[in-house]
Design a binder for this molecule. Sequence first.
Ligand code: HEM
Length: 210
Amino acid sequence: MKKVYIHPLPVRIWHWINALGFLGMIGTGVQIRYLDLVQLIPFRTAVVLHNYIGFVLMANFFLWLGFYLFTDKITVYLPEMNPKKYFEDSWRQIKFYGYGIFLGEENPHHPTIYHKFNPLQIMMYQIIMLLMVPITFISGLLLWDIKRFSSLIELFGGVRVVDTVHVLMFVVFCGFLLMHLYLITLGHTRLAHIKAMLTGYEELHERDRR
Ligand code: HEM
């Protein structure tokens, strides 16, 4: 067994605040949107909590972005630039997740601090962090103060459009969370990747199924 340091402290702090915050946003968001179906906390409390957690998450996002922009760890998010190798590596990973994992095959990707993600993780995390998260933050910010941002809201097509986009992002994040939670259980034990996100160290075994 080998121990590899792959999650630096700022990433771990960002990640757990982010994970708790998103769960809070989903919970309070459901309460706000489906008031007639769910009555767990008062509507006003849900709105206030949703706003506060939202601002914490936006500030926290810059911890993640700043860490990667201003350190050499940015390499973990840089995709392979050789198209042939990129598609070969991606296909190998798809085959692994598709059936290799069920045959007990070894994971083709071996993480290091500078290359901790396989090509599919790079793509997925980039889409989430650089597209879905910003769209959620911007649409949420506009809805937070409709009057102040009225001209911007009109530019995007009106409150209905901005609200629909925000709710669609809720659906995207629920889907992402289901997939994320499944994939993170594929370490050499069910909790291995979660332990790594807490301690920073990933334990690599011969037949590590990451
Ligand atoms: C209870 C909820 C969550 C748990 C238990 C969890 C767990 C984990 C674990 C164990 C990892 C490391 C595995 C890996 O490197 O692929 C990870 C990475 C990551 N997670 Fe989560 N996660 C949760 C929620 C979220 C949410 C809500 C988001 C985004 C909105 C998110 C975004 C990410 C990203 C971007 C990474 C890669 C971080 C980096 O190293 O730059 N996670 N998560």
